[in-house]
Ligand binder design. Structure first.
Ligand SMILES: Cc1cc2nc3c(=O)[nH]c(=O)nc-3n(C[C@H](O)[C@H](O)[C@H](O)COP(=O)(O)OP(=O)(O)OC[C@H]3O[C@@H](n4cnc5c(N)ncnc54)[C@H](O)[C@@H]3O)c2cc1C
Ligand code: FES
Length: 359
């Protein structure tokens, strides 16, 4: 049900001293289609079994000759360090995907705001390449191309991934592309504020951008993309919701897996029947009570798609068409039924039979 591919690393280019871009090509020579904002799940074999990490494309189809991903080092992080320290051109990587819903809008939009920190720029640079120079810009047919505003937080200029490219666009697209850096440890740089982005400041910046209060028509035609640490995303989302921007216009990508998920007590005496299908493929298996649907599948050697296993990346999403599933996040549980999407990695069957369709 899940398609795996093997990619060859073509080059490794350091963007900062703790982040590098890898260009990649499919080892089988067949194309791998993806959209700006999507990611691949890298699959690492370890002595404790398979481990996965998601990495967004920093390349853009039709603009870059080769697909690419940009990895930033996480202190004590197992696989970001392995990639940055040991991976070299010629190495092969096993991947699944592409996945992801952090996609450009497919409708009329006046302004797109990006609120980003650190490696959160990766999927955003792919969007920006499309919007500013891509042949596959879904908004190209609009009478007026959207204005793009990027708020990008980092320690300092030296740790700002893609700064040279962004500075070039600031010069090339005045009036269309606006970029404001937020530096916490630097006091002198162009297009920058030397403080953290908080709700008061965000409100002030938006009010200035819209020359006063955001008017209703701006609210409808403005999109926000957030890719930053949880606290910044929560602050931004609350501020935007308070200002009346609709939830459907606020898209979020979370990079940090949830480590404190509630678990349920497994009961091997009680089972649920699961039917999972994708296209013509159909698989039937059983879960124990208190076991996630994904873990039950993996335990039985059934390859369902996944990456983070913690409810943040959406690669395991399937539509429930029969039965009910509890989707258990760290702070709330949602009971989903027919027609609803469920994250199978944190989804527990509730009814005796559950039928899921992967799209
Ligand atoms: C949809 C998605 C897209 C992603 N795209 C990118 C990308 O383009 N570039 C990129 O560099 N990373 C990206 N990530 C993050 C990436 O998948 C890994 O989580 C990250 O590289 C850390 O893996 P690790 O094995 O080094 O750390 P681990 O060994 O898994 O973690 C070590 C510690 O660091 C914490 N941690 C894990 N990830 C992060 C993080 N991103 N920031 C801060 N702390 C963290 C963990 O909670 C843990 O405490 C993405 C994640 C998701 C879910
Ligand atoms: S595997 Fe990431 S949300 Fe389920």
């Amino acid at each position: 049900m899940e398609q795996k591919r093997r990619l060859r690393i073509l080059s490794k280019t350091w963007e900062t001293d703790d982040a590098a871009t890898f260009t990649l090509e499919p080892a089988d020579g067949l194309p791998l289609h993806y959209k700006p904002g999507q990611y691949l799940s890298l699959i690492f074999g370890t002595k404790n079994g398979e481990q996965r990490r998601a990495y967004s494309f920093s390349s853009c189809p039709g603009v870059d000759e080769h697909m690419a991903g940009t990895v930033k080092r996480v202190v004590n992080g197992e696989f970001s360090n392995q990639l940055l320290t040991h991976a070299i051109p010629g190495d092969l990587l096993d991947v699944a995907g592409p996945h992801g819903r952090f996609l450009l809008p497919d409708k009329q939009v006046n302004t797109i705001f990006y609120i980003v920190a650190g490696s959160g720029i990766t999927p955003v640079i792919s969007h920006l390449k499309t919007l500013l120079s891509g042949p596959e810009n879904p908004l190209q047919t609009q009478k007026r191309l959207p204005q793009i505003v990027l708020y990008y937080a980092n320690r300092d200029s030296g740790h700002t991934i893609f700064k040279a490219q962004l500075d070039r666009w600031i010069r090339e697209f005045p009036g269309r592309f606006e970029c404001l850096y937020f530096f916490s440890r630097e006091k002198n740089a162009d297009h920058a504020l030397f403080r953290h982005l908080n709700n008061g400041l965000l409100e002030q910046l938006l009010a200035t951008h819209f020359a006063g209060q955001p008017a209703r028509k701006y609210r409808r035609d403005t999109f926000f993309y957030l890719c930053a640490p949880k606290a910044v995303m929560r602050m931004a989302e609350m501020t935007l919701r308070t200002l009346g921007f609709p939830e459907k216009n606020i898209l979020k990508e979370t990079f940090i897996p949830e480590r404190h998920l509630p678990t349920r007590e497994p009961d091997t005496g009680r089972t649920h029947a699961i039917v999972a299908s994708k296209g013509n493929e159909r698989i039937e298996f059983q879960t124990f009570e208190g076991e996630t649907i994904l873990n039950a599948a993996l335990r039985q050697g059934i390859a369902l798609p996944y990456s983070c296993k913690s409810g943040v990346c959406f690669s395991c999403l399937a539509r429930c068409i029969q039965g009910e599933v509890d989707v258990v996040f760290s702070d709330f549980t949602r009971r989903e039924g027919p027609g609803q999407m469920v994250n199978t990695c944190i989804g527990y069957a509730v009814t005796g039979q559950v039928e899921l369709v992967y799209e």
